[in-house]
Design a protein around this ligand. Sequence first.
Ligand SMILES: *Cc1c(COP(=O)(O)O)cnc(C)c1O
Length: 394
Amino acid sequence: MNHNDSLHNKHQPPAAERRWAWVEVDCEAVRHNLKRFRRHVGPDVRIMAVVKADGYGHGASEVAKIALGSGANFLGVASVDEGVRLRLSGVVAPILILAEPPVESIPLILQHQLIPAVHDRAFVLALGEMADASGRPAPFHLKIDTGMNRVGVHHSDAADFLRQISFHRGLELQGVFTHFATADDVDTFEFKRQMERFTATLETIRYMGMDPGIAHAANTSATLRYKQSHFDMVRIGIGMYGLHPSEITRSIIELRPAMSVYARVSFLKPVPMGEGVSYSFAYRSPGNVLIATIPIGYGDGLARALSTHMEVLHKGRRLPQVGTICMDMTMFEIDQRASLGRPSADVQLGDEVVLVGKSGNDCISLDDMAQALGTINYELACRFGLRLERVYTE
Ligand SMILES: *Cc1c(COP(=O)(O)O)cnc(C)c1O
């Protein structure tokens, strides 16, 4: 259930007609990417589709359904709310909350049959008590910190932690997992050390006579780079959306980006030489230009810091963005002086422009945009999902 649902109504025109700015999600690309990961990990390793942050901006319930229909076995989210929303949208697959939620949320967890990651004794005992009272043991996964130093039971305490709670009939250890801090990095030393600690912890748990259940550690990058990190399940986020976690994985797998961002020209006019455009007049017309406005801005995830550092694609041709990007609007320039025998772009009111994605033979990727901003594609995908409505294409 996303923020768009109240508008999904027969009497409403589709998203791209209600507002001339939208995100397109290519469902076939998500299917293609998942099949690639299935081929990569083989038939015996489970795949968790990570759909936190509203499916990295692509729509959690839509992506979850596509992923489950294309070979994913598990879903991963960041919060109880994200899990509940998936349940309310009809998802019945197992859902792991990747970090331990507040103890107050346990009733919701049990009601919606979510699986919490656990790293705190008080939390897990409270979970066991409430589950016992409800007559059904609660599955959980133990989060083990093998070196990232974010959350998790320290690897040297993990087996003892499990032994101390193993008496509890309200608890069912369904899995143990860790997360790598440096799976994207060229240097592999820290990665190997985390691997060794995780493997040793699994051995200790088994040596103590306990069954660790589903062991998992790998995100997209580790899945692609290190086969020995697959264990019983891999957790695929960014790669499912067709984006690479770093340059290193590009040569390993062929992925198709699922997200494109579009807008239509909502205003078009000549601006005389010397006149300013947008806040603070950071841009002044050089004369002989048309200024086009598109109704998309930083409130939609188009970072203001991109002002004058980005282009848009119109019929396969790049046009420079000019002036300061506003909350809801952005301007670009159409140079009317034919140069080097090249006619000026013929832009009309209502024309479609591409901010992210393909147009003609050209393409602007989230990676290009992330690089211009000094961030990563993950962050930009999430942000474009915040206000723009999504159109799903087959
Ligand atoms: C987000 C997340 C993932 C997915 O990582 P990608 O790099 O997007 O594949 C995996 N595991 C955990 C614990 C996460 O929080």
